[in-house]
Structures are given as C-alpha cells and as structure tokens.
Design a protein around this ligand. Sequence first.
Ligand code: GDP
Ligand code: MG
Length: 194
Amino acid sequence: YYRCSSSSDSSDSVISSESGNTYYRVVLIGEHGVGKSTLASIFAGVPDTLDSEMLRENTYERTLMVDGESATLILIDMWENKSQDNWIQDHCMQVGDAYLIVYSITDRASFEKASELRIQLRRARQTEDIPIILVGNKSDLVRCREVSISEGRACAVVFDCKFIETSAAVQHNVKELFEGIVRQVRLRRDSKEK
Ligand code: GDP
Ligand code: MG
C-alpha cells in the first residue's frame, strides 16, 4: 500500500541505500490513547505480507515512494513505556529526524498535552529546525469532537508546523500523513543544499 520498491527482502534495502535511498527516523509522541500505535500498525501493514519489517519492539521500517523518489521511514512508537525513569522519552526527543505529535480530537487534554510536547521538543533540539506534523486523530468520531479543525490549524501555526486530521480507525488521511512527513524532511534538506 505504501511501499513501492520492487521487492521486500532485506537485501533490497542495501541496494536502495547504494542507489541513494534515504532513511528518516520518525517518532510518534502524544498522550496515551490518542491512536499512536494504531497509526503505527497501519504504517506497518499486515505483518504476514512481509511488506514491512519490524526492527525492534515498537519500531517499524517501510519504504514509500513519494513524488517519484523513494524514502525509507523508520517509525518509532516507544513514547509510552513502562520504565520508571524518563530515559526513553529523553532518547525519543533526541533521535527523531521528524516528529508526529498526535492528539485525539475527542480529548481536549490530549490537545493541551501536544503543546507541552512541542515546547519540550523545542527545548531538547533548540538549534534545529525539525519537521513536525501536528496530528488530530480520531476524526471519524464526529459526535465526540472536543477540538475543532480550526483550533488544530491555529495551534499548528503557533507550533510552526504542518497540521492534518486523520482517522486510524477508518484509515482516512493516514497515507497522506506519512507522505507529508517525507515531504517536510525533504523541504528542509533541499533548502540546506542550496
Ligand atoms: P496510543 O496509546 O496512542 O498508542 O493509542 P492506541 O493506538 O492504542 O489507540 C487507543 C484506542 O483508540 C484504541 O482502542 C484504538 O482502537 C482507538 N483508536 C485509535 N485511532 C482511532 C481512530 O482514528 N478512531 C477511533 N474511533 N478510534 C481510534
Ligand atoms: Mg501505544
């Protein structure tokens, strides 16, 4: 569905990297229950198709073709963890080439948490212009909406990032989300090259 390279065995990725394929580490962050893992599982695809490769627990790799150019995303869904100290979250804040800050449109507290996370990220990576997409998930739950689209959009303006509403449940805008983050990373890469 997302992958457009010719084969999915592991030797393929070596060939791809030799031919200039690029790898981006994309980190999912956000409040518990907003749909991060559901988005990750859609990205990963059905396991038995071997379309995606689970690298480690909660880390998924997939190659997508975006605007005629392939990109391999390493999607990291380990923000929520059972360890007592915060080292995994600190680690997550450091390792991403790009971030998806996810909230649920049905949960205002998760929207407020997104702002906190934006500030935390800015603090952790002060000098860097990191691509971020603010993701309002669960857009299928129209009757339970607590955060309007315009609030989400306005927040993204303040965050200086992109905005999208998705539904992992009905798979609306999920493909667009992952393509979007590839475009955001490329935009910054291209402007650096000039
Ligand atoms: P996480 O804690 O952020 O990883 O959230 P999960 O992916 O575990 O999702 C939490 C719950 O919300 C699960 O019961 C999901 O089935 C549900 N969920 C996730 N995304 C959506 C969505 O887009 N729409 C609806 N209706 N439910 C969703
Ligand atoms: Mg989860």
